[in-house]
Design a protein. Structure first.
Length: 139
């Protein structure tokens, strides 16, 4: 009986080894005949949401003295989207003194929205506006 079990084990090992050798490496994909993977082009990447927002103006509002940033939002994605844009306002001394937010909803692909972000705090004088974060969600 021991001989039969040993013989069976040897035959099983030989069969498994043969299958491994015949099957090759299953993790590697073999391209179909006539297709050269080095010549394939990948689809262009959709730009991230930060690329959709342009700062087109930075000023201090005359009546209130509050800082304001004018923004142009262009939906470069393939889906109707909602945007949330965060802007910081920095004084001439390089210190951030306020932040503001702008939002637009249901912006269809390829469309442009003009929005403004302002802060409810008086500006210390000359300012710089910076976009610090952009969030885009399909709506």
């Amino acid at each position: 009986m021991l001989l039969h079990v040993t013989l069976f084990a040897v035959v099983l090992v030989v069969i498994v080894a043969a299958l491994v050798l015949i099957g090759g490496d299953s993790d590697k994909e073999t391209p179909p005949p006539g297709r050269d993977p080095s010549q394939e082009q990948t689809a262009p990447a959709v730009p991230g949401p930060r690329a959709d927002v342009e700062l087109i103006g930075c000023s201090v509002e005359t009546g209130t003295g509050w800082p304001a940033a004018e923004l142009r939002i262009t939906n470069h994605s393939s889906k109707t989207s909602d945007y949330w844009v965060q802007v910081e306002f920095v004084g001439a001394d390089g210190v951030r003194f306020a932040e503001g937010f702008a939002a637009t909803n249901h912006l269809t692909p390829g469309r442009v929205a003009s929005e403004s972000a302002s802060a409810l705090r008086e500006s210390p004088g000359k300012i710089t506006c910076r976009i610090t974060d952009v969030t885009r969600h399909a709506s």
